[in-house]
Design a protein around this ligand. Structure first.
Ligand SMILES: [Zn+2]
Length: 99
């Protein structure tokens, strides 16, 4: 008698949710970036230094985890995003912060 091994695949697996993907905020850019970063390096380089400084000034460590960035961060981020959009000719619908 042949005991046929019919093991269902019982490979151990780790139940680990993938961290949510975070993409560059520049219009139409699908580059994945670290959640603490607003844009990929290519777009971030297009942001003038004073706007970059504003974004970082209002960045709060952990805001990408609790998803509660301050209104001032959103405002600075929108400025940076709109600036890049303008440079790339995508400024038809500027980002607004509605506050
Ligand atoms: Zn980008």
């Amino acid at each position: 008698m042949e005991g046929k091994m019919n093991n269902a695949k019982t490979q151990p697996f780790t139940l680990q949710a993938d961290p949510p993907k975070h993409y560059c905020h520049a219009r139409g850019c699908l580059n994945e970036v670290h959640p603490s970063l607003l844009m990929c390096s290519r777009h971030w380089r297009l942001v003038p230094t004073h706007l970059q400084r504003e974004v970082w000034r209002h960045y709060r460590k952990g805001q990408e985890i609790d998803k509660v960035p301050s209104p001032s961060y959103l405002h600075a981020a929108a400025d940076a995003i709109n600036h890049v959009a303008k440079l790339e000719g995508n400024s038809a619908f500027p980002v607004t912060t509605n506050n």
